[in-house]
Design a protein around this ligand. Sequence first.
Ligand code: SF4
Length: 296
Amino acid sequence: MKDEIAACYSGRLPIVSSYTAHFGEEPCLSGTRGAGNIFFGNCNLRCVYCQNYQISQTWKTQRKNEITVERLAEMMLELEQRGCHNIGFVSPTHFAPQMARAILLATEQGLDLPIIYNTNAYDSVEVLRLLEGLVDVYLPDLKYADSAAGFTYSKVRDYAHFARLAIKEMHRQMGSELVFDADGLLQRGLLIRLLVLPNDIADLEANLRWIRDELSPKTAISLMAQYYATNKAATDDRYILLSRRISEREWFEAVSLINELGMEEGFMQEYESASHYYRPDFTDSEEPFRDIRDFK
Ligand code: SF4
């Protein structure tokens, strides 16, 4: 591994902005003691609406958070000692090799928790194949059905093409079944997050149709209402279509699509409690998710 900076502004050493017990994930991940999230610094995308842009798009600041792989393994063990139900790597794509090495080190030292790979889905199939057997739960965002939107709002090419290939590979590894333990905590599987954007920038219907037709209607989804305008979406007129929260009407249209298209498994946020919940410092224990079967 060369010590050089690539498009993600990240080098040989992993960058960790924070690691903490997190209570804002889906209930099967947060449980009662929290998901053990490790937030990597920097990102391979540049979303103009990134809610964590202070972490993902400040590479000069983030360099001070470089750590060794050994330290990363220690963080995982600390989260386990604190009682977290799993280890959730957030934005891991650009640090996948370092993450894999740390998982091996921590496992040698006794780590025994599910590993969650929480990604924007702009991953390479080649790397995902190498992660088979290391990752227990894939938690990808499927951001856009149209690559033009991916270029405009996240500054990457062919997003839809590559994200679909990546999620297909995740599905090949995991299938559509979610495996839970006796306490209802997720141990293994694929859960696809779909963030509803204002003006349907993501094209939710096309994303749902693709999941249903190319994977399965039983593939679990997590429909998210938490969008709010921040970063450039809040200040730059070029992104005016993303400059507001979603309306209640847009949310209920999204929820209706799940029923219309026959999706069978997953979760959805509560519209009222969703905003501002997904942050590294989120500690509220309020339950912001519902099972989608409750709405059928
Ligand atoms: S992929 Fe996620 S973390 Fe990365 S810039 Fe986009 S919203 Fe931020």
